[in-house]
Design a protein around this ligand. Structure first.
Ligand SMILES: C[S@@+](CC[C@H](N)C(=O)[O-])C[C@H]1O[C@@H](n2cnc3c(N)ncnc32)[C@H](O)[C@@H]1O
Length: 325
């Protein structure tokens, strides 16, 4: 969806949430899992998943229009994108989409957050943490191996994955350099989910997990390399500098840091992914937003890092800044 040029574009933006909600309702109701055992009509599916058959048929027709379901006669079955991406499996995006649905209430209060300059925290109960951390795994799994190939680690290097979430990057670092010692530092709630994910991947023994609040608790160390991926956008500039200073203190002399983020271009109105993600942070965090490469470099400098350099962002606007203690 590009910039608005006319009334049709404007209405498409105004209606965009309807398509998202059709997809989310399909996921939330278990439509795709319900159809994974075989195609059927709306009444049979309604019995399988517990729904009103008449209303479900309207939703199924809309999912058909979105290309996620195929309708033949009165029978519905999953279309290929639903089979590949919305069911459990190596390419599943189910959790990250449910994580977006979890943010729905906060997005509904976006104008309140902007007006008040803060976000009333809601939500972090039930399946929220599970969807969030499994979602992080889904969006990191392809990129992690690429990144790990670019971060040169040596045998014996002590690596800190700060806010490492599901451990996707940590495992990729362990794969890229089997002799490195990898520590994931994250909250208790996140590591409860990470432990399950690592066990499912058969990687539980490959990384060390340390629970704590990275703005308050000791980070351990010394480390030779600190990896800080998709963390700063959840925090104000002041907290980002504090976190970077704490990471720097945990590094051995000459230790390296790399910060990965969705990067805004100068002017902050492009690329679209980071621009809209920044609004997501306004909606769901107390003081976060996306930053430009220059802003992050300035934070790293304020925290005491030197030799700061930036790798160019990828097609989604994700880039890496590096520095040395
Ligand atoms: C967006 S996820 C990024 C996960 C991972 N670094 C990645 O790039 O896939 C942010 C992570 O930071 C962790 N986090 C946020 N605030 C934290 C804090 N105060 N202390 C420790 N971890 C924190 C979250 O639990 C979550 O795992």
């Amino acid at each position: 969806m590009g910039p608005v040029r006319d009334a049709d574009d404007l209405m498409a933006v105004g209606h965009a949430y309807q398509r998202a909600m059709i997809l989310f309702a399909g996921l939330n109701l278990g439509v795709f899992r319900g159809l994974s055992t075989g195609g059927c009509d709306a009444s049979a599916l309604a019995r399988r998943i517990g729904a009103d058959p008449g209303k479900l048929s309207v939703l199924l027709d809309a999912l058909t229009a979105l290309g996620l379901v195929v309708k033949r006669g009165k029978s519905y079955r999953n279309a290929r994108p639903a089979r590949d991406l919305l069911l459990p499996g190596p390419r599943s995006m189910e959790s990250i989409l449910l994580h977006h649905l979890d943010g729905w209430g906060e997005w509904g209060r976006l104008s309140d957050a902007v007006r008040a300059g803060r976000t009333p925290r809601g939500g972090a109960e039930g399946s929220w943490q599970e969807n969030f951390i499994r979602g992080m795994e889904e969006i990191a799994r392809e990129r992690a191996a690429v990144v790990a190939g670019r971060i040169l680690l040596r045998r014996g290097d002590r690596v800190l994955d700060l806010g490492g979430g599901p451990g996707t990057y940590a495992v990729a670092f362990a794969d890229a350099c089997p002799g490195a010692e990898i520590t994931v530092f994250d909250t208790q709630a996140t590591l409860r989910v990470a432990r399950k994910i690592l066990r499912e991947r058969g990687a539980a023994e490959r990384v060390r997990l340390v629970e704590g609040d990275f703005l308050a608790d000791p980070l351990g160390g010394p480390y030779d390399f600190a990896w800080i991926s998709q963390i700063l956008h959840a925090y104000s500039g002041t907290d980002c500098v504090k976190l970077l200073r704490r990471a720097r203190s945990a590094l051995a002399p000459g230790g390296r840091v790399a910060v990965q983020e969705f990067l805004l271009a100068e002017g902050k109105t492009s690329p679209p992914g980071p621009v809209f993600f920044s609004v997501h942070m306004v909606a769901v965090t107390g003081g976060g937003r996306a930053y430009t490469s220059r802003e992050i470099a300035a934070m790293m400098k304020a925290a005491g890092f030197r030799k700061i350099s930036a790798d160019p962002p990828d097609a989604r606007g994700v880039g890496i800044l590096r520095g040395v203690k």
